[in-house]
Design a protein. Sequence first.
Length: 191
Amino acid sequence: MLRAAIATSPDGADDERSLIALAAIGDRAASRALYDKHAARVHRLAYRVCGDPDLAEDLTQEVFVKVFRSLGQFRGESAFSTWVHRIAVTVSLNAMRKVKRLREREADLDEAHQHEFEPDAIDPDLRARLAAAIEALPDSVRIALVMHAIEGYTHAEIGQALGIAEGTSKAKVFDARARLRKALGDFQEEQ
């Protein structure tokens, strides 16, 4: 296959644009490169939504099937990662609605620990209480909190991914933190 020389910018944006263009016309190597670049973050996000590592793996695959099928629809108005993660959120939430597991799941934070970059030493009682408090948050508030506080998304990225205003993202994260402080307030008093 004939390939043009790819000019790269310091942030790699041109390289990613080239990969997207090549993947859109069926280049398997470009598709694989895009998958490799984004799969780990999509998997962590799916895992945090569903709480099941096997389901998160399936959802990751489903996300990338949708991404590559609709790659021609990517307009480049936002970052490719934002577009991919919006698909990931939609696929994950739809899957949770289908299997009616959203309120039944119990994500063990020790299991989630392997999906983080650096383990934190945290009191096991606090870990359990925090997991329960996060689980009890309303869906939209919990998703915004997880994306911002755990995954490191900016409020602008969250707004684009969830289809909400940046200020709404900030309000949801603020609300989530206030609810967590209230839910865990007695734990701090015990300490």
